[in-house]
Write a protein that binds this ligand. Structure first.
Ligand code: NAD
Ligand code: WQD
Length: 344
């Protein structure tokens, strides 16, 4: 029997896909989520895919008493994957205290519980946002961190520093920091996927909602960048590929092999894809048109960033290999499922 894993934010977008992969790999999972950006129906989707309904605690990770109760009710937790965080860049500029409090208090509570409860490993959701606008692409894990341009981004940088300091202080556990590039797509079953609140800020949900007719047209923010077609370049990574890396990270920290107490990995494909290329991929793979217009640049956007994922490929034996067209089809299938369910 594999040890129990606590997944914070496990009903969210990346969390739910990771719970599926953990359960399919034989790990019992307990989710804690306050449902601030997700809903209980996600548990049905996870159960449909895996045949197992994960244990679920509706509570806030900033509430240390709730965490104490969770550890008492679910003994034997050996690993934590911390997805729980507020993640909207624009909102974080308007409500910095909310972001610092939610993201940092969550992390510190978990670190405190790990010491007390003999948890062996923490996987932390970091972001390529820590690299800002890099001087060179692709970025490796040693590419210098740039000053954060939003409180959200700053919470990721500070969280990485907090974890590093705690591990350096001799804490009796390990941590793996995963820097995600741009996670997109949905589970191929279309039972779970991304469910943005209100008007999507991110590109792929905006594309699928426009294709569905929920939005009139997509605005492409800028075609005058220093890139081959003038639109921004990103590293779009399939969410199931991304989820699988978490299972490997957990197994690595909980296994008997000697590994460093703290490790950092870029999770990306290694391919830079432009916004216009992504729209093309969606249209080609689904046969559905996305009306779009070119508008001015969005303030704060990075021109181009993509990953060098060699370290994750070589050390974790992990690779993001789902073709982009398949990922776009999965995003569309999920949007169609939401329509069938009358969600949107
Ligand atoms: P999400 O909003 O879908 O999932 C986060 C979940 O955490 C939600 O279900 C929310 O209800 C829950 N939550 C938030 N604060 C909580 C708290 N205090 N207590 C309990 N539950 C709480 O976001 P996601 O896209 O799945 O992102 C997961 C993690 O990955 C986040 O830490 C995010 O910053 C990070 N990340 C996301 C991206 C991306 O583009 N999606 C990129 C890089 C990093
Ligand atoms: C991608 C590209 C837009 C919407 C954000 C966060 C980052 C990370 C991932 C968490 C950009 C363009 C978008 C639209 C468009 N999250 N675009 N029209 O900005 O790379 O990263 O999510 O850590 O921290 O900043 O992702 O999906 O918003 O945008 O043209 O309607 O699509 O300008 O070039 P981004 P995104």
């Amino acid at each position: 029997m594999k040890p129990r894993i606590l997944v914070t934010g496990g009903t969210g977008y990346i969390g739910s896909h990771t719970v599926v992969e953990l359960q399919q790999a034989g790990y019992p999972v307990v989710i804690i989520d306050n449902l601030s950006n997700s809903n209980r129906a996600v548990l049905d989707g996870i159960e449909k895919i895996t045949g197992i309904r994960p244990d679920f605690v509706e509570a806030d990770c900033t509430d240390i008493e709730a965490l104490k109760k969770l550890f008492a009710d679910y003994p034997g937790i050996k690993g934590i994957i911390n997805f729980a965080a507020s993640k909207a860049v624009g909102e974080s500029i308007e409500k910095p205290i909310l972001y610092y409090r939610n993201n940092l208090n969550t992390l510190m509570n978990l670190l405190e519980m790990m010491g007390k409860e003999e948890v062996k490993g923490l996987v932390f959701s970091s972001s390529c946002t820590v690299y800002g606008e890099p001087d060179h692409n692709p970025v490796t894990e040693d590419t210098p961190i740039k000053a954060a341009t939003s409180p959200y981004g700053n919470t990721k940088q500070i969280s990485e520093e907090i974890i590093t300091d705690v591990i350096r202080s001799g804490a009796p556990f390990k941590s793996i920091l995963l820097r995600y590039f741009n996670p997109v797509g949905a589970h191929p079953s279309a039972e779970i996927g991304e469910l943005p609140n209100g008007v999507p800020q991110n590109l792929v949900p905006y594309i699928t909602q426009t294709a569905m007719g929920i939005r009139k047209e997509l605005s492409v923010f800028g075609n005058d960048y220093n890139t081959p077609d003038g639109s921004c370049i990103r590293d779009f990574i399939n969410v199931v590929d991304l989820a699988k890396a978490h299972v490997i990270a957990i197994a690595r920290m909980l296994g008997d092999t000697e590994t460093p107490a703290i490790e950092i990995f870029n999770l990306g494909t290694g391919n830079g894809v432009s916004v216009l290329e992504l729209i093309d991929s969606f249209q080609r793979s689904t046969g559905v048109k996305v009306p779009y217009k070119i508008v001015g640049r969005r303030s704060g956007d990075i021109e181009k960033v993509w990953a060098n994922p060699d370290r994750a490929n070589n050390v974790l034996g992990w690779k993001a290999d789902t073709p982009l067209d398949d990922t776009m089809r999965s995003a569309w299938a999920w949007q169609c499922r939401l329509r069938e369910r009358g969600v949107m």
